[in-house]
Design a protein around this ligand. Sequence first.
Ligand code: B16
Ligand code: MG
Length: 217
Amino acid sequence: EQRGVIFDLDGVIVDTAKFHFLAWRKLANDLGFDITLEQNEQLKGVSRIHSLEQILNWGGKSISKEEFDRLMITKNEDYLSRISGMSEKDLLPGVKKVLDYLTENNIPYSLGSASKNARPILKSLNIYDRFEAIVDGNDVSKAKPDPEVFLIASEKLKIKPENCVVFEDSVAGVEAAKRANMLSIGIGQEDVLREADHIFADFTQIELEFIEKIVTN
Ligand code: B16
Ligand code: MG
């Protein structure tokens, strides 16, 4: 049976995760507290709205709806200015090789990201047209760890969930992949992503033989 691949964006295809962190940290600092890298692991793959709720909770702040909406806009503007000028050279090492392999072997792939900025980011990386489908934060009603984003991607690829492979850097995303009944490949630290079926530090650690094995029967 045909297999398909679903890629998370931030932290898998491109290292925007650090810019999300810097923007959230600045927001917290402006409110008079700090967030740690460890706390940031819990924000990866989490939607913008839930991230802000979580951060305010850590800082013990309660604010009005208007202030909340204003902070969401400020954070996104700060984030976008940090990633402006991104180009093909910002693709994470080893990613291109895997995309090329999949394209050459007619294995369809989709994006499955929580980000509402995913489409313009893929365009600036010059890989937008290569995806068979794109599912992002604009397309879902339930955020990771809910499996919705990956299930929509599997539908768009017309490939059964059990035949989909997900690449994820976040705890929430690995859980979402598991709940979608998909094979999960964690990209990052072993102690953080231990629920994943396979874990690699980054794409340079993945041999094409491994990719071949997981996308064929
Ligand atoms: P935005 P992913 C997620 O993207 C990020 O990991 C997470 O840090 C971010 O808050 C979320 O997207 C929403 O992003 O503010 O751009 O809509 O990892 O699922 O590709
Ligand atoms: Mg991610």
